[in-house]
Design a protein around this ligand. Structure first.
Ligand SMILES: NC(=O)c1ccc[n+]([C@@H]2O[C@H](COP(=O)([O-])OP(=O)(O)OC[C@H]3O[C@@H](n4cnc5c(N)ncnc54)[C@H](OP(=O)(O)O)[C@@H]3O)[C@@H](O)[C@H]2O)c1
Length: 392
């Protein structure tokens, strides 16, 4: 059986989870890592059985390593698009940690490069690879709760204020919306899509409120999404507030509750999940037993997809179009809180250099509007040469 040899860029905390999942994935294996830090390189490499010759000091060397079939990117948010482009230009498929880009403009540009190159570019929303999401979709499709009408979904934790942490550092894309807001938004879009027989749906309206703290990032955020056809969503996220962290879907005949939608069983395995379905006052509880490490589902799915030469993992993993739709909502949600984008000092635009899109740090700006096609476009005064070539 053909397997996928993975190289990891940014072997930090989440990369260890991915490596643990990969160790249980028959279709994949870890072959290389790249870290700028020699101690981390050696410790991570030794712990995960990476040969010293494949412990790279530079990210460019990793993507050029012939042993690497695919690249997993787990650097902080602002580098996701840049490192994805690095790998794609080297001809390697990419699984990038969430968020796929700092802005929808970045996601659109990277997705475009991947599509033109015929390479996989996917956002690592691990929860979508866990069997509970496939089961949720089956229950929705069965009509047991009738037509889905509303979802409440939250992902919030209290990390404690620490300006040195990437969560609170605006230069590192800090804040709850970028770190965990994409989870409830992506689930809301998934269920809104299921209500109309599609893979996802995008909201027509996005309203938000929250708290932007002393380091300039959103510490707590609440959002209200309205979809065509009347489906509604309450989403919430935080890095400074512990939340309920459940998802409740209400239909016109009943309701479904996911007790732990995002990290069932936490990170160690078994990753059991509990779904309760209430119809006519009667509740039945389904427990999905999964002895695997939580990240084994994602690691196996993408290893198999890439080994088979496919450029997109099967639904309900996020497609690039789904990731782009999610990024548009995150942009709009952040804009509702006010001021957050400007402080990052980058509008997420791309310029073209030698015919290749590249990330341009263009200084503070007012962000951009969203075209009727869901594609981000810059206002004329802020347009950048080449962005039209990339995303239109
Ligand atoms: N899917 C999930 O469940 C999940 C969970 C947590 C985090 N994440 C995502 O994974 C990403 C990384 O999070 P993490 O908590 O694993 O981070 P982390 O432990 O701080 O690791 C970050 C890695 O990125 C590298 N890096 C490159 N440039 C950097 C810079 N300027 N500053 C800091 N680090 C830099 C570091 O690489 P060097 O070794 O080269 O120094 C380090 O290995 C985030 O985007 C986050 O959203 C996903």
């Amino acid at each position: 059986m053909k397997t996928t040899g993975w190289g990891i860029i940014g072997p930090g905390a989440i990369a260890q989870n991915f490596a643990d999942g990969l160790a249980e994935a028959p279709s994949g294996r870890l072959v290389a890592i790249a870290s700028r830090n020699p101690a981390r390189r050696d410790a991570f490499g030794a712990r995960n059985g990476v040969e010293p010759a494949h412990r790279h000091a530079s990210y460019a060397d990793l993507v050029a390593d012939p042993a690497v079939d695919a690249v997993y990117i787990s650097t902080p948010h602002p580098f996701h698009a840049e490192h994805a482009l690095l790998a794609l230009r080297a001809g390697k498929p990419v699984l990038v940690e969430k968020p796929a880009g700092l802005t929808a403009a970045q996601v659109a540009a990277v997705a475009d490069v991947a599509a033109r190159a015929g390479l996989l570019f996917a956002e690592a929303y691990m929860y979508r690879c866990h069997p509970q999401i496939a089961r949720l979709l089956e229950i929705l499709k069965s009509g047991e709760i009738g037509t889905p009408r509303h979802i409440r979904a939250q992902f919030g934790f209290n990390a404690g204020f620490n300006p040195a942490s990437r969560l609170y550092d605006r230069a590192l894309g800090g804040g709850g919306i970028m770190d965990v807001g994409g989870y409830p938004v992506s689930l809301a879009r998934l269920v809104a899509g299921a209500a109309v027989g599609r893979a996802f749906a995008d909201p027509v309206t996005v309203k938000g409120s929250g708290i932007v703290g002393q380091s300039g990032v959103d510490e707590v955020a609440y959002g209200l999404l309205g979809f065509a056809g009347g489906f509604t969503a309450e989403v919430a996220c935080a890095i400074a507030r512990t939340m309920d962290n459940r998802a409740v879907i209400e239909g016109d005949k009943g309701r479904i509750e996911l007790v732990d939608p995002w990290v069932p069983g936490r990170n160690a395995g078994p990753s059991d999940a509990t779904i309760s379905v209430t119809v006519g006052g009667e509740t039945r509880v389904e427990v999905l037993r999964s002895p695997q490490h939580l990240f084994a589902f994602e690691a196996e799915l993408f290893s198999r997809t890439i080994a088979e030469g496919a450029t997109e993992a099967p639904f309900p993993a996020l497609s690039p179009a789904d990731s782009l739709g999610n990024a548009v909502v995150l942009d709009r949600w952040r804009a509702e809180l006010g001021g957050v984008d400007r402080t990052w000092g980058s509008c997420g635009a791309f310029s073209v250099c030698d015919g290749q899109p590249t990330i341009e740090n263009c200084g503070p700006c007012d962000g951009y509007s969203v075209s009727p096609f869901g594609r981000p476009t810059h206002p004329p005064a802020l347009s950048h040469a080449g962005i039209g070539n990339v995303i239109n």
